[in-house]
Design a protein around this ligand. Structure first.
Ligand SMILES: [Zn+2]
Length: 181
């Protein structure tokens, strides 16, 4: 009786071990690149910044935006001021951006601005198509536009950027007005 129970226990242990090994050899999907962002200086826009990050996280598969843990240098810093929203990239996935009250006070949808500015950090340029369906159309879409989601082309471009670690030149993007030359 005792022996049989021991045998059963051993057999169970073998199955567990085999199961773990099977998991170990399962083809792992490539982990997304994690970018840490610091929204602690985004003032009244912290929630909107987090929302913008979540929008990308729910769509892009090759990159993930996470709040920076204590003691770690962020890839992205987010600020707020009274100017236009704008982004300063240094390389793909790195830079800083401003939530600007000039656009917020004009009535532009804040989560759309946040997702748009993160889009620049993820390697997307402005495409002023005037279409609300395009996230990167930015201020060229009507002020009433409340679409904060990237379209499938924009998501595909971001995934491609991080799959190939695309080289993106340092650049400044401004929500409205003439882009900084
Ligand atoms: Zn822009």
């Amino acid at each position: 009786m005792k022996l049989r129970r021991l045998a059963a226990t051993l057999l169970a242990a073998i199955f567990v071990t085999a199961g773990l090994q099977a998991t170990g050899i399962a083809p792992a999907s490539a982990a997304p690149r994690v970018l840490y962002y610091d929204a602690s200086q985004a003032q009244e826009f912290v929630a909107a910044v987090n929302q913008g990050a979540q929008i990308w996280n729910s769509r892009a598969t090759n990159v993930r935006l996470e709040q920076v843990p204590a003691g770690r240098t962020p890839n992205i810093r987010v600020y707020a001021d009274n100017g236009w929203p704008r982004t300063y990239t240094s390389s793909l996935g790195n830079g800083y951006w401003y939530m600007g009250r000039e656009a917020v006070n004009d009535g532009y949808y804040v989560p759309r601005i946040a997702a748009h500015e993160f889009g620049h950090i993820l390697g997307l340029p402005d495409r002023r198509t005037g279409l609300c369906a395009d996230l990167m159309s930015g201020s060229s879409a009507p002020v009433s536009c409340t679409n904060a989601n990237p379209n499938s082309t924009e998501v595909a471009q971001v995934n491609a950027n991080f799959r190939t670690a695309a080289k993106v030149p340092a650049q400044t993007y401004v929500w409205a007005g003439a882009p900084a030359a």
